[in-house]
Design a protein around this ligand. Structure first.
Ligand SMILES: O=C(O)CCC(=O)C(=O)O
Length: 232
């Protein structure tokens, strides 16, 4: 049974007066935290888990290929959204930052054993000023940031409906990750959108970061696709 309250359940949509608080990581990098940004986040998650044709990313680990410990799906076209509440979320974030973010990417952490290691969003590393906006749906998990290469980390612990926006040189000088926790932790889906001043967030989604990856359909019993693209 998913935990939740009136804000994480209820008719899905963006909160009427979202309030952003900035965490300055250093002189060039920051994260905005907007708690309770998306109302009805648990409901949106349940519909996405049920309705999305999830895929599993595969990566080379030494001499063998292994599955990513999470499921994913991306939409290159910003107008194509797997849930209307995510269209409203993107529109609100675009308006707040006055930037045209790319299409939405979803990551599905089935339980606490799914994770993503510390990394930078590779396609955005070069530009000095980028945006990566992430809305959490479902279980609260640690979301850690640390200086690139190591050092003490901070945990922003986004709960269902919370929005984090990493900006400035966050994808150059900082790295972020969602570590494993106990298996009993319930599902979490993250929805993310990216922007960079040179448009690399759009190029990367068609022929950059993801072409080095193999993807296979994650639905039980479905045939492996071998597609290099995770898009919808
Ligand atoms: O799921 C999250 O909150 C983070 C996802 C992420 O960092 C990524 O996919 O690059």
């Amino acid at each position: 049974m998913l935990q939740g309250n009136l804000l994480t359940h209820g008719t899905p949509g963006v909160a009427s007066t979202p309030s952003f608080e900035r965490v300055e990581l250093d002189a060039h990098s920051w994260v905005d935290v907007c708690r309770g940004f998306l109302i009805g986040a648990d409901e949106v998650m349940a519909e996405l888990i049920e309705g999305v044709a999830w895929r599993t990313g595969r990566r080379q680990m030494y001499d063998r290929e292994v599955d990513d410990p999470r499921l994913s799906r991306w939409w290159r076209d910003p107008d194509e959204v797997p849930h209307p509440a995510l269209g409203a979320a993107r529109a609100s974030i675009c308006a707040h930052y006055d930037r045209e973010l790319g299409g939405v990417g979803l990551n599905y952490y089935r339980d606490g054993a799914d994770s993503v290691a510390f990394h930078r969003d590779r396609e955005l590393r070069d530009p000095a000023t980028t945006l990566v906006a992430i809305v959490t749906l479902g279980s609260q998990r640690p979301f850690r940031l640390r200086p690139f290469g190591g050092g003490p980390s901070i945990d922003l612990g986004p709960a269902s409906g919370d929005l984090l926006v990493m900006g400035g040189r966050c994808q150059t000088e900082w790295e972020h990750g969602v570590p494993k926790v106990g298996r009993s932790v319930g599902p979490r889906v993250s929805a993310s959108w990216r922007w960079s001043p040179d448009g690399s967030h759009r190029r990367a989604q068609s022929d950059g970061y993801f072409t080095s990856r193999q993807w296979r359909a994650a639905a039980p019993g479905s045939a492996e696709t071998g597609s290099a693209h995770p898009f919808g």
